[in-house]
Design a protein around this ligand. Sequence first.
Ligand code: SF4
Length: 264
Amino acid sequence: MMAQKRIAIYGKGGIGKSSTASNVAAACADEGYKVMIIGCDPKSDSSITLLGGKRIPTILDLLRQKIDVKEEDIVHEGYKGVKCVEVGGPEPGIGCAGRGIIVAIQKLKQMCKSIDDMDLIIYDVPGDIVCGGFVAPIRKGLVNQAYILTSGEYMPLYAANNICRGLAKIDTQLSGIICNSRSVTREEDIVRKFSGEIGSKLMAFIPKEQIVQDCERDGFSVLEKAPDSPVAGVYRELAHAIMSNEDSVMPEALEDERLRELTR
Ligand code: SF4
């Protein structure tokens, strides 16, 4: 039996983490893997494209309503049986998102025994590492592989570099970099160089394609709505690369001047 992969995808807010996570989940489900996606972003939209555009109730909302929560209230089956869970966020202005993630996942583990049978669990975690709260899933041993999503633009790379610093600080290795293209000049080259210089590797270059936005708008993954599109093939390759990846390194963040040079 293969070891369970529990991955988290980090990266600057808005860089496309949810879209990448749901397309990888769909590609792995197509291959027959048992997959769960756990959305940890307060926006609670990580799984929406696996559920035909439907929003599901979040664990934290259900707990706040003091409902006697059952597994079927929080785990919803989406495309090809992918199990979808949304943690939700704290009430605006109060509460701690990081703490909420831990409480919600403890509840999920109590309720959902089949979590141990999954081949792949994807944690879709919020934006940049702004505090220890967001790395809570790693700290609690819930995640065994961390990936960073970036484009070749300076700001997302700056965030990626900071995340490397954060991971090194909590003694956590990085398993790879994924480039979600914004059609920047020499983008693949820039991100490949960045990946190499921090000691890691580029897992995939996802081209900027309108079809990704179109599928998302309609509430579907590209794998479901446009399975023959070239970008669906890229997600399939990325899914395969993640499922077979055993490498990880302690990333060495670059000096800011080097980062600027790379993107010039
Ligand atoms: S910034 Fe961090 S510590 Fe502060 S509320 Fe958010 S998760 Fe919690």
